[in-house]
Write a protein that binds this ligand. Structure first.
Ligand code: SF4
Ligand code: SF4
Length: 167
């Protein structure tokens, strides 16, 4: 019937509007920032680099796969070297330009070393676009505890996979 979809939509709106006076579950908005909705495990914003023991021991081995696969090319990596100039399995520099990142999560998907994951932090506004959104290695480094707090299910699976690999 012509217009049935519109009527159904209106009915949902009226129902939610009326019932929102009796139950908060019907509210689709919250009084941010005092109130916050619980984000889904899979909500994602920008990438972070995970470390296990200390920030200078990132899981990242500077393989550069994420940088090559990143569509807007906002990841920049320079591999560290020892005194003899031999490449080390760690980044000397690892920068992500958050002002260019399009939050696609491809870097997380392609990383073979469980090193880069999408964060859920979205309150990142700043006055200076070029400097403040260039996230260096130190700013990107987050502990495994932080990761398991924001993404408990994913972190559990990752830990199981890493333990299985060690056996
Ligand atoms: S984050 Fe992962 S894919 Fe990117 S350089 Fe490090 S180990 Fe390689
Ligand atoms: S989320 Fe996408 S755009 Fe952002 S750094 Fe990762 S691959 Fe690049």
């Amino acid at each position: 019937m012509y217009g049935l979809g519109v009527l159904k939509g209106l009915w949902v709106t009226i129902k939610n509007f009326t019932l929102s006076y009796f139950t908060r579950k019907r509210l689709t908005t919250v009084q941010y920032p005092e109130e916050r909705i619980t984000l889904s495990e899979h909500a994602r914003t920008f990438p972070i680099l995970v470390y296990d023991e200390s920030p200078d021991k990132l899981r990242c081995v500077a393989c550069e796969i994420c940088a090559k696969e990143c569509p807007p090319k906002c990841i920049s990596i320079v591999r560290a070297q020892d005194e003899a100039g031999k490449p080390l399995k760690q980044p000397k520099f690892f920068d992500i330009d958050y002002s260019v990142c399009m939050n696609c999560g491809i870097c997380e998907e392609v990383c073979p070393f469980d090193s880069i994951y999408m964060d859920r932090q979205f309150e990142l506004s700043a006055y200076e676009r070029s400097e403040e959104f260039l996230y260096t290695k130190d700013r990107l480094a987050k502990s495994a505890e932080y990761f398991s707090k924001i993404r408990p299910e994913t972190a559990k699976k990752v830990e199981e996979k890493r333990k299985a690999k060690e056996k």
